[in-house]
Design a protein around this ligand. Structure first.
Ligand SMILES: *Cc1c(COP(=O)(O)O)cnc(C)c1O
Length: 465
């Protein structure tokens, strides 16, 4: 392909992209294909000769598109959103076009310097203290793993990387029962082990970690000769939106000199609205590490996860490695690859710059406020219907409900709704019972999109019963 062909196809694909998004409401939200359908349409051997771009693009529409679940569909109410506001998509196209590998300052100074400024814009937007710095990672899972490795190194006197863990005894990390599976996995791969991730029961209306039980667990571990290493708190758990009492968690961390990491992967975006910080964000500024995903609710094209760090030298002591070929001569500069596990880095700050400039924080706040208000309104409409039981009340824009019957009945309704295609929902568990999660947050969704869900849920439920 030469650059003239690239230009023609670039224009065609931009047009295709705009048409796709304009017509997206007519598509079923979740892909309607069965396992193996797409693979069966792909040639099982690689081509020996070139195909024409027309043919490749036609096959993309014919083979690939039916197997896409439309995350940018305004009636996507499953999981949490993975938004892609148009300006952030354009920025990501530019990132792809320039195709710079931004591992070091000198491998693209603009990427490094903009990353520092974007993290600071977001620090201000989220009301975190002056002096907090941070970096951009691919996902919350990576940021949490970085934090857990830092807990490990700090608790072993920075000896784990050098000596391995065989002589380090039991390192202990504490969190609530409501944390995301990425916390478990970080503890697996960091060599902490599932058995040393201590899950503390939750209590109260926000399903917060019981900090008296947390203190008791830490002291009994110390008595047993184990080494407490860190605490992972949560603001906005994945299942029901659980929120820890951050100030209370920080008290325990300070008392026992533990590194504290906060997972706000989803709910962090809502903290650009000052009214949602009370009480969920009180104490956040005292955490050593905080992760939130602008690629979830804020509107930045996937992937884009921000990790704030109160004192980055702790994570640098853990992850920095500097062979001769990566040294930068003569200048004191930031090399963000020393802050994270992968060496190679995309220019992710650009999509944050485009996003925040194109909407302004007020434009982004408007959307999040609407989503929260519409989720509450829908919850009240559902609550008023005889066949619906609200299981967990809205936390920001997430709530859960059940229909009459056992767990299998909940799953049958979820499956029937998703086969219908007008809306997309997923199931969860709460206190041992299956429930249906409803999460509002797609960037373009309207009040009508959300309210329509009430009619669709009732219609499909009636057709089933
Ligand atoms: C989505 C989510 C994660 C995982 O995020 P990735 O960026 O996909 O790794 C972790 N924690 C919470 C609370 C989440 O909502």
């Amino acid at each position: 392909m030469n650059w003239d062909d690239f230009s023609d196809w670039g224009a065609k694909i931009s047009q295709w992209a705009a048409d796709y998004h304009k017509g997206i409401r007519d598509l079923p939200v979740r892909a309607q294909t069965k396992p193996g359908d797409i693979a069966a349409l792909l040639s099982s051997t690689p081509p020996e000769t070139a195909d024409a771009m027309d043919t490749i693009m036609a096959d993309f529409e014919r083979i690939v598109m039916p197997g896409i679940t439309h995350w940018q569909h305004p009636r996507f109410f499953a999981y949490f959103p993975s938004n892609a506001a148009p300006p952030s998509m354009l920025a990501d196209m530019l990132t792809t076009t320039v195709a710079a590998q931004c591992m070091l300052w000198q491998t693209s100074p603009a990427a490094t310097e903009m990353e520092g400024v974007m993290v600071d814009w977001l620090r201000q937007a989220l009301g975190l203290p002056d002096g907090t710095s941070g970096c951009i990672q691919d996902s919350a899972s990576s940021a949490t793993l970085s934090a857990v490795l830092t807990m490990r190194e700090r608790a072993t006197g920075w000896r784990g990387n050098r000596e391995g863990l065989s002589a380090m005894g039991r390192l202990r990390i504490y969190c609530s029962e409501e944390v995301h599976s990425s916390i478990d996995r970080a503890c697996w791969v960091a060599g902490i082990g599932q058995e040393n991730l201590v899950k503390i029961p939750t209590q109260g209306p926000h399903h917060a970690m019981d900090t008296a039980a947390l203190t008791a667990a830490v002291t009994s571990d110390i008595d047993a000769g184990h080494t407490p290493a860190g605490i992972i708190a949560i603001t906005g758990g994945t299942s029901i939106g659980a929120c820890d009492d951050l100030s209370a968690v920080i008290e325990v961390a300070k008392t026992h000199d533990l590194y504290a990491h906060l997972d706000a992967a989803w709910a962090g975006s809502a903290m650009i609205c000052p009214e949602f910080r009370d009480p969920f964000w009180h104490g956040a500024g005292d955490f050593d590490s905080i992760v939130f995903n602008p690629h979830k609710w804020l509107g930045a094209q996937f992937d884009c996860s921000v990790q704030f760090l109160r004192d980055p030298s702790q994570q640098l002591n853990t992850l920095k490695i500097e062979p001769e070929y990566l040294k930068t001569s003569g200048q004191a500069v930031t090399n963000y690859s020393e802050w994270t596990i992968p060496l190679g880095r995309r220019f992710r700050a650009l999509k944050l710059w485009f996003l925040m400039r194109a909407y302004g924080l007020e434009g982004l706040r408007d959307r999040i406020r609407n989503h929260v208000a519409w989720a509450h309104a829908l919850c009240d409409i559902l609550r008023a219907q005889d066949h619906i039981e609200i299981v967990t009340e809205p936390m920001l824009s997430l709530f859960s409900f059940r229909v009459p019957g056992d767990d299998a009945a909940q799953q049958r309704l979820v499956d029937a709704l998703n086969n219908d295609g007008r809306i997309y929902l997923t199931q969860g568990m709460y206190q041992g019972r299956k429930m249906i999660r409803f999460s509002v947050g797609q960037f373009d969704c309207t009040r009508d999109d959300v309210m329509m869900a009430a009619d669709v849920i009732t219609e499909i439920w009636k057709a089933q019963s």
